[in-house]
Ligand binder design. Structure first.
Ligand code: GUN
Ligand code: ZN
Length: 446
C-alpha cells in the first residue's frame, strides 16, 4: 500500500516517507555506527532536485512545505539511488553471449555489436532502452562506455539529459587490435573526445569520462594523448579496464615490455589519479593496489562479469584493507555482466567474497553500491548518501516484492538482515520506484 502520490507534490517539492538508510562514512574504515544511519520511520524532503531534509519522520514532519503530501511507502526501504561504476551501454544487445573468455568474447560478440553504433538511429534506440533499464533497476548514475563513434556518446548524453539523470560517459578510444571499422587514431580520438567534452561535460548533470578501452587496443601515442586530454580538462574522469583476465595481462606485458606491469602502463601515461576508474582489477598485485590507493585511483568490482567470463575472484577485503584502502564501487559490466541490477550484483559480490573467505556484510555491500560508487567517481559530495544538500536521486525497495521475499523478510530481526535478504534475493522486481532529481522516474506499478 502506498498513500499520497507524487502528483500531489508541487512541481519542485517531493516528500517521501519510509525506512531510510544512508551513509556518512566508509564502513570498511570505520565502525558501522559511524558509517551507517538508519531511520525506521524516515522522511526525505526534496526541493528543486536536492535533498533539503532527511531523518526521523516525527522530528521532521513540520518541515514539509504546505500543500505537499508525503508519498508513504510503508515498510519499504529508501536508499540512495544505485551507482553503476562500470557498464557498456553499447553492449546491452549482447548480454548472455555463450562460451568464451575475455579476448574471444570481445572478438566474437562485442566488436561485432559495437559496429552497429555507426548508425545513429540504432544508438538512440539502444540509449533509450538502456536508460529505461537502469531506472527499472534503481540505478540513477552510471559510468558508461559508448562505442568508438562520437555519435554514440551523443545519443547517451541526449537520453540522460531528457531524463535529468547524472550520467558519466565517453566515446571509447581504440587505435589498434580491433576491426578497422572500430578504430580511431591518436589524433582523431583526441579531437573527437575534446569536442564531446566541450559539448557535454558539466552540461546539465552530464560528466565526461576519457575512455581508452584498455591498454591492448591503444597505441602508446593514443594513451599519451588520453593523458594529455585529461590534464587539459580537469574534472573529467578516466575510465578503462585493468587486470581482468590472465591472458590479457600477458598480452599487455608483450605489448609494453618496458613497463613494470599492467597498471604501470596507465601510470606512465598519466592515467591514474582521483577520477580514474579502472574496471575489474581482479589480478592486481599488492604493489599495484598500493599504487591505486596512493594515487586515488578507483576500481570497479564487477562480480557478475568476472564469473560469467571466468576471469577470477576479486578480493574486496584486500582492496579495502584499512592500511591502504582503495576506492571501490560496484559495476554490472553489461554486456559481460549478466544483470543490470545492483542488488543482483551485491548478491554475486557476496558469493565471490565468500569464495575468498570474507563475509561481505550488507552494510558494506549497500555502501559499495551507493556511497562507495560516488567516492569512486569523485561525487561523494553530490550523490550517494542522501545527506541534505545532495542531489535527490533515490530508490524505494519493496521487501514484499515476491511471495518468497515476503516470507523471508517477515522474519528478519534487524535492518542489517533486511538489507542482506534484499541484496541476496532482490532484482528489478524489488524496485518499487526510482526518483531522479526529486521526481518520480520509474514506478513499478505504473
Ligand atoms: N576489456 C576490454 N574491453 C572490454 C569489454 O568490453 N568488456 C570487458 N568485460 N572487458 C573488456
Ligand atoms: Zn567492461
Amino acid at each position: 500500500m502506498t498513500t499520497g502520490s507524487p502528483q500531489t507534490a508541487t512541481a519542485t517539492t517531493t516528500a517521501v516517507r519510509g525506512t531510510l538508510v544512508r551513509y556518512r562514512n566508509d564502513p570498511f574504515l570505520t565502525s558501522r555506527e559511524d558509517a551507517f544511519v538508519h531511520e525506521p520511520d524516515g522522511l526525505l524532503i526534496c526541493e528543486n532536485g536536492r535533498i533539503t531534509a532527511a531523518g526521523d519522520y516525527t522530528a521532521l514532519r513540520d518541515r514539509i512545505p504546505p500543500g505537499v503530501t508525503p508519498v508513504h511507502y510503508p515498510g519499504h526501504v529508501i536508499s540512495a539511488g544505485f551507482i553503476d561504476t562500470h557498464i557498456h551501454y553499447v553492449q546491452t544487445g549482447i548480454i548472455a553471449a555463450f562460451g568464451s573468455q575475455l579476448i574471444d568474447w570481445l572478438n566474437h560478440y562485442t566488436f561485432v555489436e559495437e559496429q552497429r553504433f555507426a548508425d545513429g538511429a540504432y544508438a538512440r534506440r539502444v540509449a533509450s532502452a538502456f536508460c529505461d533499464e537502469l531506472l527499472r533497476n534503481g540505478t540513477t548514475t552510471a559510468l558508461t562506455f559508448a562505442a568508438v563513434h562520437p555519435d554514440s556518446a551523443d545519443a547517451l548524453f541526449e537520453e540522460a539529459s531528457r531524463r535529468d539523470m547524472r550520467m558519466v560517459g565517453g566515446k571509447v578510444l581504440m587505435d589498434r587490435n580491433a576491426p578497422d571499422a572500430l578504430l580511431d587514431t591518436a589524433q582523431s580520438g583526441y579531437e573527437d573526445s575534446r569536442k564531446l567534452i566541450e559539448r557535454w561535460h558539466g552540461k546539465g548533470r552530464n560528466l565526461y569520462a576519457i575512455t581508452p578501452r584498455f591498454a591492448p587496443t591503444s597505441t602508446p601515442e593514443q594513451l599519451e594523448a588520453a593523458g594529455q586530454l585529461w590534464k587539459e580538462n580537469p574534472g573529467t574522469l578516466v575510465h578503462t579496464h585493468v587486470s581482468e583476465n590472465t591472458g590479457e595481462i600477458s598480452w599487455v606485458r608483450s605489448l609494453f615490455p618496458e613497463r613494470r606491469g599492467y597498471l604501470d602502463v596507465y601510470d606512465h601515461y598519466g592515467l591514474l589519479g582521483d577520477g580514474a576508474v579502472l574496471a575489474h582489477g581482479v589480478h592486481l598485485t599488492g604493489r599495484e593496489r598500493d599504487r591505486c590507493a596512493e594515487t586515488g585511483t578507483a576500481v570497479s568490482h564487477c562480480p557478475t562479469s568476472n564469473l560469467f567470463l571466468g576471469s577470477g575472484l576479486f578480493h574486496v577485503h584486500d582492496a579495502k584493507d584499512p592500511r591502504h584502502p582503495m576506492k571501490v564501487g560496484l559495476g554490472t559490466d553489461i554486456g559481460a555482466g549478466t544483470s543490470f541490477s545492483l542488488l543482483s550484483t551485491m548478491n554475486e559480490a557476496y558469493k565471490v567474497a565468500e569464495l575468498t573467505n570474507y563475509p561481505l556484510d550488507s552494510v558494506k555491500a549497500f555502501y559499495l553500491a551507493t556511497r562507495g560508487g560516488a567516492e569512486a567517481l569523485g561525487l561523494e559530495d553530490t550523490i550517494g548518501s542522501l545527506e541534505p544538500g545532495q542531489e535527490a536521486d533515490f530508490v524505494i525497495l519493496d521487501p514484499e516484492a515476491t511471495p518468497l521475499l515476503a516470507q523471508r523478510t517477515a522474519r528478519v530481526e534487524d535492518i542489517e538482515e533486511l538489507l542482506f535478504v534484499l541484496a541476496v534475493m532482490g532484482d528489478d522486481r524489488t524496485v518499487r520506484a526510482t526518483y531522479v532529481a526529486g521526481a518520480l522516474a520509474h514506478d513499478r506499478e505504473a
